[in-house]
Design a protein around this ligand. Sequence first.
Ligand code: ADP
Ligand code: ASP
Ligand code: MG
Length: 403
Amino acid sequence: MLIVQKFGGTSVGDLERIQNVANRVSETKKAGHDVVVVVSAMSGETNKLVAYAEHFSADPERSEMDMLLSSGERVTASLLAIALNAMGHSAVSMSGRKAGIVTDNLHTKARIEEIDPTAMHKAIKEGKIIVVAGFQGVSLDGNVTTLGRGGSDLSAVAIAGAIKADLCEIYTDVSGIYTTDPRIEPKAKKLDKISYDEMLELASLGAKVLQNRSVELAKKLNVNLVTRTSFSNEEGTLITKEENIMEKPLVSGIALDKNQARVSLFGVKDRTGIASDIFNKLAQNNVNIDMIIQNVAHDGSANIDFTVPVGDLSDAKKVVAEFIESGDITEQSYDEKICKVSIVGVGMKSHTGVAAKAFTTMANENINITMISTSEIKVSMVIAEKYAELAVRSLHDAYELDK
Ligand code: ADP
Ligand code: ASP
Ligand code: MG
């Protein structure tokens, strides 16, 4: 088999753990498989580099951030290759550029445009173990780019698709996908299988165990994706097509996203096209909008509230400031002390009362819901951040996910 194995930050967190990864990769190779390894930076490393940059500037150039942050993954990739070679294997590390990962030039959240697998194919043919530095690529104009936080998952899935790997294993510090973050709810249960769509919702709604774009791509390319732990041989969770899952629970999991902020716009001029103007401008500035609420207009103006990831807040504020300048909006305010709690499950498609149960659960805990959004397979609620963990645990109980 041709296997892609991705090891996250904790799995390569120190030299001993990198040796542990080398041993695991070695076993896979000795079992007769071809292996392409994708690694993250050592845990904490990327955050440390971000803090270094912020020491000098509140708004560092994004292209410089990419030069800086991509270095973390290169350290691990070369160390792992060195460790494998010392064990008698023939291993070679590759930067994103060498691995042929071409992206657009949207620095710090670049999208993969194509992968040229020539160098990887050649190395595999020569019997080499390839260790690719995750999270990075090269733009068409030759600059280093990174793929957004958690982006090594995307590197792994994209490579698995490009080289037509039989399997893509994501090794992390928990043994698979759980009904909710096991660090918040110790009673959370590991799932044997989960559909791409449910996993995509969970990942997009805050379950950082997989980066959402990696799940989206895995679905598109039909990559066999498994999440498991690098610390034991315990079996993980298979992320697969919905039709491969016999038993469809009503609710599969609960996600929490504390990384959200709410932007409130007051006195928005009630004219045709205003929402289009505001949200197009936000989109052009790559501000990721999630929930939107517009209230009934009084005396020719309305209030609009929306949520954005905290990282996009400064860009959002700049855009809104332009509309305040031009008189289309009177005032803005924002709140970072919110969070979004979501329940996800394909079973919701065919059952009623799922959302009502979530609202009742919040009411019983005296938690005020300030925004709601739903889709076919999810219900999301914005609440005060201080109630985040309580909300997750009570929802987990309410839907009996520990059973
Ligand atoms: P890595 O460094 O390996 O990429 P991450 O820290 O990005 O690992 O993701 C793993 C973490 O995701 C776990 O430690 C866990 O706390 C968190 N997590 C959140 N939701 C879930 C979930 N539903 N199932 C498993 N882990 C989850
Ligand atoms: N090191 C990067 C991050 O911390 C990418 C990754 O780990 O996937 O976001
Ligand atoms: Mg991760």
